[in-house]
Design a protein around this ligand. Structure first.
Ligand SMILES: NC(=O)C1=CN([C@@H]2O[C@H](COP(=O)(O)OP(=O)(O)OC[C@H]3O[C@@H](n4cnc5c(N)ncnc54)[C@H](OP(=O)(O)O)[C@@H]3O)[C@@H](O)[C@H]2O)C=CC1
Ligand SMILES: O=C(O)[C@H](O)CS(=O)(=O)O
Length: 492
């Protein structure tokens, strides 16, 4: 089999999209100390390329450049910014195939899913190009005859962004879209596993006409150092993070010293509830999408599947039949539904969750072990007889494991669904209008899918409650996190 780098370059219509230097202050640079790190293909285990291993000094330069570039960028009309963002969107879609191939190579998701992420990521640039022109202020009747009150909204300042490996394009555009639309400078630090998608975005940003310095990409394995630079550098006024709740807590503590505004898109533990009046075939289709999208590696994947007793066996059988048809393999070479997990640590976590569940009495009705393809591949797995005592109940598996719990009553399952520190996404299937209304209001989550397993769209406010995060991304609300409100009291 050809190595990934050779394979990838032969696939790319525009090989210049495979950038291997960091993008700082409008220049393509190496690390000051010359060090690099490898970007690995999780499907084959080989290295695609080396990229620079930047540190705090380079990050500080990117932040200073963003601050300097903001003066002109924020002074442009919203329409000028919108037109450049629109060009960026067009370039992303024109290069969707290449961007998808680069994404699959570094992250592992099947090519069709990777191309889907490019369209999803691009939709945030398109959406916020439009929203740029609708940042309205207000006038308020004065409290005294000689007072005139106005409220204006201005860009918050330089934004530091830290994103995970599972959506290496969309998690960045969901943040830089609104930030750039309102006039902020933006410094992106993608996960070390997946820097190439971010660098490809920078190549297209240059072509779209984003001014030098307004958008930088820091490639680095020194995630903690970069995070500290974002939190300690006085020029940074906003930190936006997507990743685990554990790291979110670390960053919030660090950002507190500067009282820095933070957006946090953190971990989840999504319940997926199937009531006995559900359309079972629709529920199975929804579970397939919600549970197994991105090989189960999304924060909104169904993590606990609760099925009412009267339809439990039928649902389990239908889900097993549907999952058994899926193919596992190298997303760059084959037409598959499941790629590899991102690394061996992810494989081991999945194995631990299955071992714990079976040791406590769960049954494996499909899969349950590493895939015969070896490496980071894992068999799509369904567990039955799952109970609250098992680790899967409270920990995010972040892999292709569908644990089925049996329940009797609506009250019981709502209490179980809410019994978690997380509150990002929840799903349920039912057709009785009274039940639908009661349950959608009772679930303590930022996002609720009713008779659907896919809720991801740029037009809606994405975000969690409890320890799943702070703030919302996407929708018109996604602009708020990058704006400051100023109240002007004019005495005449
Ligand atoms: N709510 C949401 O929208 C999402 C939530 N998640 C959650 O994230 C987890 C999986 O993603 P994963 O990447 O493992 O999450 P992590 O939280 O480990 O990493 C996320 C990002 O943070 C960086 N990072 C790690 N430690 C630090 C630190 N001390 N200071 C600064 N940056 C740091 C990582 O860099 P590096 O990897 O290079 O160390 C990575 O870029 C799951 O819990 C999932 O639910 C993931 C995606 C979306
Ligand atoms: O990183 C994630 O898991 C995403 O936030 C999920 S989604 O936005 O693609 O639904």
């Amino acid at each position: 089999m050809l190595d990934t780098a050779t394979d990838l370059r032969s696939m790319l219509k525009d090989p210049s999209l495979l950038a291997t230097k960091a993008y700082v202050a409008g220049e393509w640079i190496d690390a000051d100390d010359g060090t690099t790190f490898a970007v690995n293909n999780p499907a084959r285990g080989d290295d695609i390329c080396q990229v620079p291993n930047l540190g705090r000094a380079e990050t500080a330069r990117a932040i200073a450049a963003a601050q300097a570039a903001m003066k002109d960028w924020a002074a442009r009309t919203a329409k000028e910014r919108a037109n450049i963002l629109r060009k960026w969107f067009n370039l992303m879609m024109e290069n969707q195939d290449d961007l998808g191939a680069i994404l699959t190579a570094e992250m592992g998701k099947p090519l069709a899913e990777a191309k889907g992420e490019i369209a999803y990521g691009a939709s945030f640039i398109e959406w916020f190009a439009e929203e740029a022109k609708r940042v309205y202020g207000e006038t308020i009747p004065g409290h005294q005859p000689d007072k005139r009150i106005t409220v204006i909204r201005q860009p918050i300042g330089v934004v530091g962004s830290i994103t995970p490996w599972n959506f290496p394009n969309a998690m960045i555009t969901r943040k830089c879209g609104p930030a750039l639309a309102v006039g902020c400078g933006f410094v992106a630090r993608p996960a070390a596993e997946t820097p190439l998608s971010a660098l490809a975005l920078a190549v297209l940003a240059e072509r779209a006409g984003l001014p030098k310095g307004i958008f930088s990409v820091i490639t680095s394995k020194r995630s903690s150092d970069i995070g500290k630079e974002f939190c300690e550098n006085p020029l940074v006024r906003k930190l936006t993070f997507t990743g685990s709740t554990e790291v979110g807590r670390i960053l919030l503590r660090q950002a507190a010293d500067q009282v820095m505004k933070c957006s946090m898109e953190l971990g989840g533990n999504a319940p997926f509830i199937v009531f006995d009046d559900a359309d079972l075939d629709a529920a199975v289709a929804g579970a397939m999408m919600s549970k197994f999208r991105n090989n189960g590696q999304t924060c909104v994947c169904a993590n606990r599947i609760y099925v009412q007793a009267g339809v439990y066996d039928a649902f389990a059988a239908k889900l097993r039949e549907a999952v058994a048809k899926s193919r596992v393999g190298d997303g760059l070479k084959e037409d598959v539904q499941f790629g590899p997990l991102v690394n061996m640590a992810a494989v081991e976590k999945v194995q631990e969750h299955i071992a714990d569940a079976t040791a406590k009495g769960a049954q494996v009705i499909l899969g349950g072990d590493r895939h015969e393809k070896g490496g980071n591949f894992f068999q799509p797995t369904i567990l039955t007889g799952v109970t609250d005592e098992m680790v899967v109940t409270n920990e995010e598996t972040f892999g292709p494991v569908a644990p089925l719990y049996r329940f009797e009553t609506e009250e019981e399952v709502v209490a179980k669904a809410n019994n978690t520190i997380f509150g990002l996404a929840a799903y349920f299937y039912a057709r009785d209008i009274g039940r639908v209304t009661r349950v959608q209001e009772a679930l303590e989550y930022g996002i609720v899918g009713v008779n659907t397993g896919i809720i991801s769209t740029e037009v809606a406010p994405f975000g969690g409650v409890k320890q799943s995060g702070l703030g919302r991304e996407g929708s018109r609300h996604g602009m708020e996190d990058y704006l400051e409100m100023k109240y002007i009291c004019l005495s005449i």
